[in-house]
Design a protein around this ligand. Structure first.
Ligand code: ADP
Ligand code: MG
Length: 277
């Protein structure tokens, strides 16, 4: 069980009106799972993400990663936790430091004290995992947004994480770039890396094993995509939208078209409509 939250509350310190961003959250992220976290702006998703790897420490309650608490003052322990739970953020441009891609990827392992020879292997592995091998000696500035996010993922992969947290990492990308990043996330998950994907694109959430919905700092829904998106009333109440094919299916069902009440992918819905008599 890599990540466990027990009654976790996080309050941003402020002179006045401290904001309680995460309220009494208990959850476990199972090894090897693909979890999506959804919720309106300000619902506490990023705060929850930063609590997962010790970038933030709970005000009360406990977060453990592989049984180790993130509420430690020991730099080394925190470093180990951050290596296990890697994070990729929204804006790819804020995450690039080096002017050559391989240096960008080497940065993490160098900090971990990984020997030179092995750093080369890790760069090979990380770039190939995100399909960017041929860009090894290029500058990151000319890449598309999707490619930049793949490099940001590679930089995390070079530290050999167990969990990859993507905090709205597809939000600034065009549909092609979003597709690229999602494909990489799915591929890594197949290889055993746990994925926590924070997104406001509901189609992405339907690819997950589990969808967690946050509202006002609390976990308000938690289940399979079917369970969560079937509860259309709650989806609306928490300010979310149905995945596009599902929204279309819901409208058709309302019009009396005899479609099965389930979660459709685009192609499944197209096929189901073609089969209608
Ligand atoms: P989300 O990622 O779902 O948009 P956040 O975790 O960023 O939500 O924010 C949750 C709440 O915490 C919001 O009310 C937000 O305004 C507040 N918040 C976020 N970051 C800070 C900060 N650095 N200082 C004070 N309040 C913050
Ligand atoms: Mg956020």
């Amino acid at each position: 069980m890599p990540i466990k939250f027990e009654k976790v509350t996080y309050e941003y310190p402020a002179e006045e009106n401290a904001v309680v961003a995460v309220k009494d959250v208990s959850l476990e992220i199972a090894d090897g799972s693909f979890v999506c976290i959804c919720g309106e702006n300000g619902s506490g998703k990023s705060t929850l993400a930063m609590l997962m790897n010790g970038l933030l420490q709970p005000t009360s309650g406990a977060v453990t990663v592989d049984g180790k608490t993130t509420s430690t003052e020991e730099e080394e322990e925190l470093f180990a936790i951050r290596q296990k739970v890697g994070m990729v953020f929204q804006n790819p441009d804020n995450q690039m430091i080096a002017s050559i891609i391989e240096d960008e990827i080497a940065f993490g392992p160098e900090n971990l004290g990984v020997p030179r020879e092995e750093i080369g292997e890790r760069i090979d592995y990380a770039l190939s995992a995100v399909g960017m091998t041929e860009h090894r000696r290029h500058t990151p500035y000319k890449l598309s947004g999707g490619q930049k996010q793949r490099i940001a993922i590679a930089a995390v992969l070079a530290m050999r994480p167990e969990v990859l947290v993507l905090d709205e990492s597809t939000a600034m990308l065009d549909p092609k770039g979003r597709g690229e990043v999602l494909k990489v996330a799915e591929e890594l998950n197949k290889q055993g890396i746990t994925i926590v994907l924070i997104t406001h694109f509901m189609e992405e959430a339907t690819r997950a094993d589990r969808v967690i919905v946050m509202s006002e700092g609390k976990v308000v829904m938690d289940g399979t995509p079917e369970q969560v998106f079937r509860d259309r009333e709650s989806i609306e109440r928490y300010g979310l939208e149905l995945p596009a094919p599902d929204a279309v299916a819901a409208e058709l069902i309302k019009e009396g078209i005899p479609l099965e009440d389930k979660i459709y992918s685009e192609s499944e819905l197209a096929e189901a409509i073609c089969r209608l008599k």
